[in-house]
Each structure stands twice: as structure tokens, then as C-alpha cells.
Design a protein around this ligand. Sequence first.
Ligand SMILES: O=c1ccn([C@H]2C[C@H](O)[C@@H](CO)O2)c(=O)[nH]1
Ligand SMILES: [Zn+2]
Length: 155
Amino acid sequence: MTSSRSELFTDKEYELLKTEVLKAQKFAYCPYSNFKVGCALLTSDDKIFTGCNVENAAYPAGICAERTAITKAVSEGYRTFKAIAVITDSTNCSSPCGVCRQFIREFAGYNDDEKDKEKKLQLPVIMFNNTADKSLVATIDALLPHSFGPEDLAL
Ligand SMILES: O=c1ccn([C@H]2C[C@H](O)[C@@H](CO)O2)c(=O)[nH]1
Ligand SMILES: [Zn+2]
């Protein structure tokens, strides 16, 4: 775990993701938890997809911001990513829940044009605190070590 800057993305990308998570968080629909979460996903070809948590009166039907953003991207044909950023209402830099870690991991394997083993599962997850003046960065491999993925199915 490192703080804010990383060799995995540029300062410009970091600033862009920060702006986008703050915008996305405003759309959070969370009348039950009152815990607003925003997510921004930077694709390999520099497109941004955002998401927020969307809760439901039937509580377990709600979805996290991370899965909203990833589902938006994948459903529009984007599967390879440079970075994912999350902001919550916590003064800590909260990290994605277990379900979201697994969901992120699915799309953090080899990029279609990237066969470099070193880069496998190195997708950076940027975790901002509520004011976005602090962040932690960890790769998905660090957040979900020894993970299960599509390769295990050996299809
Ligand atoms: O990383 C996280 C953690 C929590 N939540 C949402 C789920 C629920 O709507 C609310 C409280 O857990 O925050 C996210 O969207 N992402
Ligand atoms: Zn989650």
C-alpha cells in the first residue's frame, strides 16, 4: 500500500480520477445508509466511466459504486482499464468490499494487447477519503491476494 502517487498512473490521470469520483459521489442514492460512494474508472484508451452506490428498499438488492461503474463500462464494450478510483464519506480511505474486489479482479487480468506477466493484476485502486485530500493506492492483487479468476476455469 502506497499513498497517493504511483508509477502506475500519471499525476494528470490521478487528478482526473479525483475530479470524476467527486462528481459521481453526488449522484449516490443511499437513503438507507446515508453513505455516499463515488467511483471512476479510467479505460485503457482514456475513457472515463463513473458510478455511485444505488440502494434499494429491499436492502440486499443495492449495488456498490464500483460495480455500477464497471458494469457501465463493460456493457458498453470497455474491458481493459488503467485505474479505478473510489471515494466514500469516511475520513479514512475506505477500501472496496469483498464482492467489489472480486468484480474488479475479473477485469484486471491481461489486457487484450498486454501480455506482460508483470502487469497482470496490477490494476491500481485509488481510495480517497471524504475530502479527497488523502488517498491510498493498492493494486487489486494486494487487495485480493491469491484470487480466483477466469484463468482458473481453464475454458
Ligand atoms: O466500497 C464501497 C463500500 C460501500 N459501498 C456502499 C454500499 C452501501 O450502499 C453503502 C454502505 O455500505 O456504501 C460502496 O458503494 N462501495
Ligand atoms: Zn462493494
